[in-house]
Design a protein around this ligand. Structure first.
Ligand code: AHR
Length: 539
């Protein structure tokens, strides 16, 4: 069986795009993916499949926190369906409380008796916030957040306030969270507020986007602040400090930030300054275009996937700079905000700011992103999608008692077996495609993917971005491995704009995909605009 790859011109015509110069017709081609499970490389940190939730629009309030008196199914005020789905994908961590919100957040506002907590300004926007969730009622604070983490089985990752806080406030938060019961007064206060046992928070972000909403600093200025914050921090368990990294989606990739920050840490007296994680942000940013989440053509489809794939270049560029200052690469990336960001217009409602329609395009983009993260496993400690519910690249939408998983949710489900697996080489043999963008054209891999192994289980994930042609793909094992059993699933839809709505929550979902097995080779046919996950059991 041969899947023909035809000229893209046909797709362009079908999508109502005028023909343009410079496109090279693709030749008929099948793909071969050669995977060598006998060469396991670095572990894919499970935290790469992590999450981000912020006090922003309907993310926390309504999305996650429905309140203890809600008629919506909940556990101690936390939406039950959200907990169940997050467990289902093995969500490894939750980053909270922001985002830009974090640099205006004072953790003490979120403790103590509910109903007696202050109402505060929601600093996400620098205008008086509008709408239902604009004034921060602080019903959801650190205790509620830790309850959520425990319910989901996720590790907490706290973003501390550098923009309007102090090192002392940060240190007190660390003690409040981590000091053993019966030691400091702060530990007693925690116990009085319901949690005798320490929270044992390991991941601490020292500010957020300090080049923007977190303080408008230069990399060098932030290096000075960072040093102050971590110089004498109380240590109960070895913390993992995450410094603010670059705005990777800037036109120049923001390499100046990385130079400025690491340069600013040089020649400092004392015991040395530890930077465990460096928080790269990369949004596939289409805010300045006419592109929205719901209505797009083939150009919009490819433009988003193409820009999303650029994150690989950004990772390599910054890793190179980091290596100049830290040749052993002790500092890893924490890509704690990534995702698609369209111009507005498809919000769930006016108060659900930054929510947008999530389609198959976003699911395919997430798959390509995860394959890139996997392939750079040695560089990445953690990554966090922005944001998990009712926001940019969300897995869920929820308004009151209405709830749905978006297409992007299924990418997380499909890629779950990579978590904690060891990366193995996967050589994909298929020519690149020439695709139209919003302006001009570009090259895109005909198929992209990654592979990992754990014990005798090999997982291969592949994405076919083509709107035109399916790909008959032979996954061939090298290194002497033999196959026992193969199962595959696929995420696709005949409409590239397909989405899940409250009325039709199952429009986009997973289906089984047939696989033929012969000796060391499994053959599948990957449909157009699709993500597949293949699980291969080795002898
Ligand atoms: O995720 C939305 C916002 O994007 C975050 O608050 C901020 O950190 C980033 O600019």
């Amino acid at each position: 069986m041969i899947a023909r790859r035809r000229s893209f011109f046909k797709t362009a015509a079908a999508a109502g795009i005028a023909a343009f110069a410079g496109l090279r017709p693709l030749q008929a081609a099948d793909a071969e993916v050669e995977v060598n499970p006998s060469q396991p490389g670095p572990e894919i940190n499970p935290h790469v499949y992590g999450h981000f939730i912020e006090h922003l629009g309907g993310v926390l309030y309504d999305g996650i926190w429905v309140g203890r008196n809600s008629t919506i199914r909940h556990v101690d005020g936390i939406r039950k369906q959200f907990v169940d789905d997050m467990r289902r994908i093995g969500a490894p961590n939750l980053r909270w409380p922001g985002g830009c919100f974090a640099d205006g957040y004072h953790w003490r506002d979120g403790i103590g008796a509910a109903g007696q907590r202050p109402r505060t300004y929601n600093y996400w926007e620098n205008r008086m916030p509008q709408g239902l969730h604009a004034v921060e009622g602080n019903e959801f604070g650190i205790h509620e957040f830790m309850r959520l983490c425990r319910l989901v089985g996720a590790e907490p990752y706290l973003a501390a306030n550098v923009g309007s806080g102090t090192p002392q406030e940060f240190h007190d938060w660390v003690s409040y969270c981590n000091a053993p019961a019966g030691t400091l007064s702060l530990a007693d206060e925690r116990a009085t507020n319901g949690d005798k046992e320490p929270f044992n928070v390991k991941y601490w972000g020292v500010g957020n986007e300090s080049w923007g909403c977190g303080g408008n600093m230069t990399g060098g200025e932030y290096a000075t602040e960072y040093r102050k914050y971590i110089a004498q921090v109380p240590v109960y368990l070895r913390p993992f400090f995450v410094a603010t990294g670059p705005r990777g989606h800037s036109a120049d990739g923001d390499v100046g930030w990385t130079e400025g920050f690491f340069g600013g840490l040089q020649d400092v007296r004392g015991l040395g300054v530890r930077v465990d994680g460096f928080a790269l942000h990369y949004y596939t940013d289409f805010r300045q275009t006419a592109e929205d989440g719901a209505s797009f053509d083939a150009r919009g489809w490819y433009a988003v996937l193409h820009k999303g794939a650029h994150i690989e270049q950004v990772i390599n560029d910054h890793w190179g700079i980091m290596g100049k200052y830290d040749p052993q690469h002790r500092t890893k990336f924490v890509i704690d905000e990534w995702g698609n960001w369209y111009r507005g217009g498809t919000e769930l409602g006016p108060e659900y700011i930054l929510s947008q329609t999530i389609t198959l395009r976003d699911a395919v983009h997430a798959a390509m992103t995860f394959d890139i993260f996997n392939r750079h496993a040695e560089k990445i400690e953690m990554a966090n999608v922005a944001q998990t519910i009712n926001c940019l690249h969300s897995l869920f939408a929820a308004v009151g008692d209405k709830y749905t998983r978006t297409p992007a949710y299924y990418t997380f489900e499909m890629y779950r077996p990579h978590m904690g697996g060891r990366l193995v080489p996967a050589k994909i043999n298929l020519p690149e495609m020439t695709v139209p963008l919003l302006e001009g054209s570009a090259r895109l891999p005909g198929l992209s993917g990654s592979a990992s192994v754990r014990d005798k289980s090999l997982t291969v994930t592949l994405t076919n971005p083509s709107l035109q042609d399916g790909v008959v793909t032979r996954i061939r094992l090298s290194g002497g491995a033999r196959l026992r059993e193969v199962r595959a699933s696929v995420l696709t839809h005949e409409d590239m704009r397909a989405t899940n709505t409250f009325e039709r929550p199952n429009e986009v979902g997973l289906a089984a995909l047939a696989a033929q097995v012969s000796g060391d080779t499994a053959t599948i046919t990957i449909p157009t605009q699709a993500v597949v996950a293949v699980s291969l059991q080795l002898v």
